[in-house]
Design a protein around this ligand. Structure first.
Ligand SMILES: [Zn+2]
Length: 204
């Protein structure tokens, strides 16, 4: 009789395990539409990102603040594996900001399906938001895209993008943090009706 007790416990454990598996698919579905890769952006919570001198931060700071994957890509100019980023299929409105310093980088409406496995955009928020550097690594001449506020490596820009710019900003998901569009900056917020998101008024 006593021998059966461990069996009962084992059966219970299996049952609990199955329950956990049942609950998990929902969590995965949520991750597919995540606004950032796991753990990314946590160092910005509660921080006034516009008041920080991000270029003064050293490697020690970044290594402690960022996730290991984020540090490798954004600070060591690495490349994440394609089709792995949480923001790849994020279609929400708003803006994709730098995951290192929170600066708005790419409007969601410039995001397009490139088939490369990396989030792709045809234009940044403004010419000033990104810096373009010549990159001769890996035996190729490429144009590296860097955040102008914190010097984070973001990805590369190519000339095979869609209209209207013909540019393809190929950006690592881990360097991005989707946010709702900044309202205070663009409009005085006088009228409560902010229905249309077509603002061509900022075309630089
Ligand atoms: Zn940045």
């Amino acid at each position: 009789m006593k021998r059966k007790l461990p069996l009962v416990i084992a059966a219970l454990l299996v049952f609990v395990g199955l329950l956990a598996v049942q609950l998990n698919p929902g969590a995965h579905a949520a991750a597919a539409a995540a606004d950032a890769d796991p753990g990314v952006g946590e160092h910005l919570v509660g921080v006034d990102v516009d008041a920080v001198d991000w270029k003064a931060k050293d490697n020690t700071y970044w290594e402690a603040a960022l996730t290991p994957a984020q540090y490798q890509v954004c600070r060591k100019a690495g490349t994440e594996r394609p089709f792995t980023g949480a923001t790849l299929n994020n279609k929400k409105d708003g803006v994709f900001a730098c995951s290192s310093c929170g600066q708005p980088l790419f409007p969601a409406e410039t995001k397009f399906e490139s088939g490369t496995g990396w989030p792709s955009f045809y234009a940044p928020v403004s010419e000033e938001s990104v810096t373009i550097n010549a990159d001769v690594s890996m035996g190729m001449l490429r144009e590296e895209v860097v955040c102008s506020r914190c010097d984070a490596h973001l990805g590369h820009v190519f000339n095979d993008g869609p209209k209207p710019t013909g540019k393809r900003y190929c950006i690592n998901s881990v360097c991005l943090l989707r946010q709702d569009a900044p309202a205070a900056d663009a409009k005085p917020q006088a009228s409560p009706s902010a229905g249309h998101s077509q603002d061509d008024g900022h075309g630089h």
